[in-house]
Design a protein around this ligand. Sequence first.
Ligand code: MRU
Length: 368
Amino acid sequence: MAEESVPALRWEELPEGPVVVLLDQTRLPAEEVELVCTDVPALVDAIQSLAVRGAPLLGIAGGYGVALAAARGFDVADAAEQLARARPTAVNLAYGARRVEAAHQAASRAGSDSGRAAAQALAEARTLHREDAEASDRIAEHGIALLDELVPGGGLRILTHCNTGRLVSGGHGTALGIVRAVHRAGELRRLWVDETRPLLQGARLTAYEAAREGMTYSVLADGAAGSLFAAGEVDAVVVGADRIAADGSVANKVGTYSLAVLAGHHGVPFLVAAPVTTMDPQTESGDDIEVEQRPGHEVTEIPWGRGTGGSPEPTGGIPLAPVGAQAYNPAFDVTPPELVTAVVTDRGVASPVTAENIAVLCSASRRG
Ligand code: MRU
């Protein structure tokens, strides 16, 4: 039985002014605590500490952040700039911030006073939020149809990485939205949940969502995935994306590339699910994607609890490595298109993943 969930992000009008309220994802699954952002620096901090995270939700947060600046009389252009730059890899963040900034500018240029321009910015943020919810539904429809074709017969064992469900979306999410649809159709045998080191978005967040949906799932250490493929226990891999370049290269949570190599070696379909807002035709290839590097202490200390991210300094957590150990901590990696069976979007599927097929989906999005 699915349980009611606290929304990942909402706009609220308080007597002292509007606020953006976030479900603090650094505190899950232990506690459901909301974080109230009254200004853009607070929201930027929440983005950098991963209290709010995941490509589509970052876009929504960026949009509401600009609307918040407009409603509270702050400099909207400066707010959009700060938000767009808060994290570099997920293209949705800049997309959401810039889109709402453009709506505000258009209203101002058309002669609206500051109150009306702010209302226009908020309306645009709400539209973005609603569109993302609708995109989730369409991704799930395309994804379940494709899985039916690629792995007929149901009883699927799906492996996923990071967290791509309700916690990152206006709706049911991308990759996890597809898994949810498979589960609701009675066709999910097991969800394999990569724990997703170092910040454990799989173990903490995907498992939390899977449990609330009543799915049968198991959490595994990322390094255990190879033996799972070798044992023939994976029918399909379904993951999300932070940015998809024009050539179909996919930036997603670090560890995704290793899964794609494993899936290719074992002949298992490897699906990437994302709204078209995650496609970036301006970024030509995987080499052009900026991969966020995060502080080493996320790897060298036990990473959960308050202040897991954002701080460049160690957080005083339990050490996992000798004091002074250096660390390599990219937040994402890039999977080349030839390792991706299909990119599943709200506007259809690109398969094979070629620049031409990606361009078709991008132009469909511009027309739509
Ligand atoms: O660092 P995070 O937690 O923001 O990374 C999130 C991911 O990599 C997700 O897989 C991606 O944003 C897709 S979410 C639908």
